[in-house]
Write a protein that binds this ligand. Structure first.
Ligand SMILES: Cc1cc2nc3c(=O)[nH]c(=O)nc-3n(C[C@H](O)[C@H](O)[C@H](O)COP(=O)(O)OP(=O)(O)OC[C@H]3O[C@@H](n4cnc5c(N)ncnc54)[C@H](O)[C@@H]3O)c2cc1C
Length: 422
């Protein structure tokens, strides 16, 4: 009998961030040849940037509440995160020689609070497994006969692998590689995509020149912020805000950035309500303000009787009319619920992450595109969003694994794709 040997399967992964690298690991461990392409001169640039703020890998809260952080996308992400939950992610990091710890907020970080050692160890392991890395290869779509097209420093090249896994990231911090340019290319192929929008982003506020000059860079500590959500309810978070020259930044405002952004997009404006003295009763604040001032200025009263720091009383003066400032009852109410008008989100490129991307109804449950059999997607380029707290990276890792498993299944059930790639 003549022996007919099939060529080995080869998979192209495009995008060397956490999702693409995790997919590569699963495929290589299954014995599949993987070539990983990235447009930048090195891999994992956004992952390394995340490491500059400590690399919040995941979160230690109970899995049930962890999963709710993905909002409407929970239904799509739940199964893949349950396959690779926070505990498994921590064990995986430990396997690379990177122990993790849980901070007081429940956030989980590598002990060294850095991404570089983890990425170094990971890339070492992937190379040992045989990963073929092609940097400075920018994917620009397909040729008419379905080959992948790349721009490289020495001209255009093409590749026709057995299957392809896209892990191109979202659309923020474009200089780190993920520029969202792929969105129209996939849309042209009949893939359903939602426009990219900033997520975990800051907002513009029209400060007076005086306020911006004096308070840009100042934190506003221990406030409670609130805004209406899109289900007729109200979202509320406690923490610290950061005043910037153009508005507000920081983890607290990021936490409410989805409903604020959606209101801005729908109506052109949004109001953030700030409780400058959470935990203090409005009637007690009013009582203090009603006491005779004995010639003291309002700032002195706010500082000495209520303990309000300068930045908080300046915020009150920035927002309120002289009449409201002069009325103890109205001022007390405003201290508990100061309405701050936001005029815009900060540009998408400044956001920590982006919402929008490849819609889940364009994918099967293995993350393969319905319109393009043999093409899989993973990571932030999928249409989900989550707050900061390690939820972003967890879903990127988990979706990378899911898409890689889907690719393995595709290769085993479509042997003709392996032949056609040669
Ligand atoms: C400042 C900052 C801090 C963050 N901190 C945290 C944190 O602490 N915890 C957390 O959970 N998340 C954090 N994030 C978010 C997290 O880093 C991202 O969600 C995550 O990196 C997305 O992973 P990904 O693999 O989907 O995409 P990316 O990491 O964006 O990787 C995509 C890759 O695709 C490549 N690529 C894109 N287009 C092409 C193309 N056409 N051709 C070839 N290659 C291409 C890019 O060069 C890039 O290497 C942070 C983000 C930022 C900006």
């Amino acid at each position: 009998m003549p022996h007919c040997s099939l060529p080995p399967a080869s998979v192209a992964i495009i995008g060397g961030g956490p999702a693409g690298l995790m997919a590569a690991e699963v495929l290589l461990e299954a014995g599949v040849a993987v070539t990983l392409y990235d447009s930048r001169p090195s891999l994992g640039r956004k992952f390394l940037m995340a490491g500059k703020s400590g690399l919040n890998l995941t979160h230690a809260e109970p899995l049930d509440s962890f999963l709710t952080r993905y909002g409407e996308a929970q239904v799509h992400l739940q199964a893949m995160i349950c396959d690779f939950p926070p505990e498994a992610l921590r064990a995986w990091a430990l396997g690379l020689g990177i122990p993790t710890f849980t901070g007081s907020s429940g956030r989980v970080f590598p002990e060294g609070m850095k991404a570089a050692p983890l990425l170094r160890a990971w890339l070492h392991r992937l190379r040992e497994l045989g990963l073929d890395i092609r940097v400075r290869h920018r994917w620009i779509g397909w040729t008419p006969d379905g080959a992948l097209r790349f721009e490289t420093p020495v001209g255009e090249s093409t590749a026709k692998p057995s299957a392809c896994l896209l892990a191109l990231g979202g659309g923020s911090w474009a200089r780190l590689g993920s520029d969202g340019a792929w969105l129209p290319w996939l849309a042209d192929k009949g893939v359903g995509v939602a426009p990219l929008k900033p997520a975990n982003c800051g907002f513009d506020v029209t400060w007076s020149a005086l306020f911006a000059e004096r308070f840009a860079g100042h934190p506003v500590k221990t406030v409670e912020i609130a805004c209406p959500d899109n289900r007729g309810g109200r979202q509320c978070k406690r923490g610290d805000l950061m005043i910037t020259r153009s508005g507000l930044e920081g983890g607290l405002v990021y936490a409410l950035s989805a409903p604020l952004r959606d209101t801005l997009l729908a109506t052109g404006q949004a109001t953030l309500y700030i409780d400058l003295m959470p935990g203090r009763d409005v009637s007690k604040i009013r009582d203090e303000l009603e006491k005779p001032r004995n010639g003291k200025s309002l700032s002195a009263i706010l500082r000495n009787r209520l303990g309000l720091p300068d930045v908080k009383s300046a915020l009150l003066r920035e927002v309120l009319t002289p009449e409201t400032l002069a009325s103890p009852a109205q001022l007390a109410a405003a201290i508990k619920q100061l309405p701050l008008r936001l005029t815009a989100t900060r540009p998408m490129d400044e956001a920590i992450s982006t919402a929008g991307g490849v819609r889940f109804d364009s994918l099967n449950d293995q993350l393969m595109l319905n319109a393009l059999p043999g093409v899989f997607c993973a990571g932030e380029m999928l249409d989900w969003e989550a707050p900061t707290g390690g939820y972003l990276l967890t879903a990127c890792f988990a979706s990378g694994r899911r898409a890689a498993r889907g690719t393995l299944r595709f290769l085993s059930t479509n042997p003709e794709s392996v032949n056609s790639s040669t």
